[in-house]
Design a protein around this ligand. Structure first.
Ligand code: NAP
Length: 335
């Protein structure tokens, strides 16, 4: 493509959508025309972007009749199920944030630091992984490449912004002692930890846990890695924290692991326990890197490793990762 692309942001009024606007602006993403879309409820609303005001359009079956090259979707699975194929049929490449298309074998599931090459075989839809998976992939890829991975145990501590505006409001109301009905959760989140993210599936795992397991296999391209997960919602507004326990295939020196993460793409190493330095949700919030610390050997198994991984779930876990995909896509479209 030897011109700037036309872009659509679908779900522009939501938590992820409004971060799309911020990140597009910060990264100076190139565009000729940009369109902001949401439900009928928001049609006509004005959104400030790059010093101008844009009117939000209602997403309809005709929205992609105008020339649009890339559409960034964050408007829920149902909306993506219906509208992403319509957009793709009209020549748009959709980068989708919902879980709708992630495990479809025809759809690449991409973390740009890990598997950017998968963007090339897209057929009009590219899926952005689950927020908790993205940060784990950035941490696991360098380990997979150097040592091979046998088994992974995820234990997550996830922020309420991962549940959109309703989750944020449940925590705020709880902290302010307001007796409002819960909107996002089955139990109060203020002062609590809920081992329940998304719905429960027949095998006793939640859908969030199964997403982490299945998406890990697809992104790392290895179904033989044994993976299990317990995902927990905690009373934190922004940034997911994860304890990841890994059994590597090959022996390692702990100093080499520090060195590996120091040089890994997208990673900031924060590990100086003598000075109480380790990744924290409050520090990660509003930033793009994946922070890794508390690196230590798991002495209970051969080649065992423990790490603590923190990232902003709305930025690297959603908007930033999707925009990085779009940046890579521009390179592919130029070829
Ligand atoms: P949200 O704050 O509730 O925002 C939802 C957005 O979707 C709003 O802009 C809404 O528009 C729009 N929308 C809803 N129904 C629509 C329809 N029928 N047609 C067009 N637009 C419609 O939710 P969110 O947290 O931003 O999440 C959005 C999506 O991103 C979800 O699929 C979610 O799973 C995914 N995601 C979220 C996170 C996260 O950490 N929050 C991370 C990764 C992926 P109105 O304002 O007009 O209703």
């Amino acid at each position: 493509m030897n011109r700037k692309p036309n872009i659509a942001v679908v779900g522009a009024t939501g938590v992820v959508g409004s971060t799309f606007l911020k990140v597009l602006e910060e990264r100076d993403f190139p565009f000729e025309n940009i369109y902001f879309m949401a439900s009928a409820k928001s049609a006509g609303k004005k959104l400030p972007f790059k010093g101008k005001e844009y009117v939000v359009e209602e997403l309809t079956e005709n929205s992609f009749d105008k020339p649009i090259d890339i559409a960034l979707f964050s408007a829920g699975g149902g909306t993506s199920a219906k509208f992403a194929p319509i957009a793709a049929s009209k020549g748009v490449v959709v980068v989708d944030n919902s879980s709708q298309w992630r495990m479809d074998p025809e759809v690449p599931l991409v973390v740009p630091e890990v598997n950017p090459q998968d963007i090339e075989w897209n057929k009009g839809i590219i899926a952005n992984p689950n927020c908790s998976t993205i940060q784990a992939m950035v941490a696991l890829k360098p380990l997979q490449d150097k040592y091979g991975i046998k088994r992974v145990i995820y234990s997550t501590y996830q922020a309420v912004s991962g549940s959109g505006v309703k989750g944020i409001s449940d925590l705020k109301n709880g902290l302010e002692g307001k007796d409002e009905p819960l909107q996002a959760y089955a139990h109060p989140i203020a002062g609590n930890c809920l081992p329940h993210i998304d719905v429960f599936t027949e095998n006793g795992y939640t859908k969030e846990e199964m997403k982490m397991i299945n998406e890990t296999h697809k992104i790392l391209g290895d179904d033989d890695i044994k993976v299990t997960a317990t995902t927990v919602r905690v009373p934190v507004f922004d940034s997911h924290s994860e304890s990841i326990n890994i059994e590597l295939e090959k022996p390692f020196e702990i100093e080499d692991i520090f060195e590996l993460f120091k040089n890994a793409p997208g990673v900031v190493l924060q590990d100086d326990v003598e000075n109480n330095v380790y990744p924290l949700a409050l520090d990660a919030a509003g930033t793009d890197p994946v922070y890794i610390g508390r690196i230590r050997r798991d002495f209970s198994v051969d080649n065992g490793l423990n790490i603590w991984v923190v990232a902003d779930n709305i930025r690297k876990g959603a908007a930033t990762n999707a925009i990085q995909i779009a940046e890579e896509l521009l390179k592919v479209l130029e070829d």
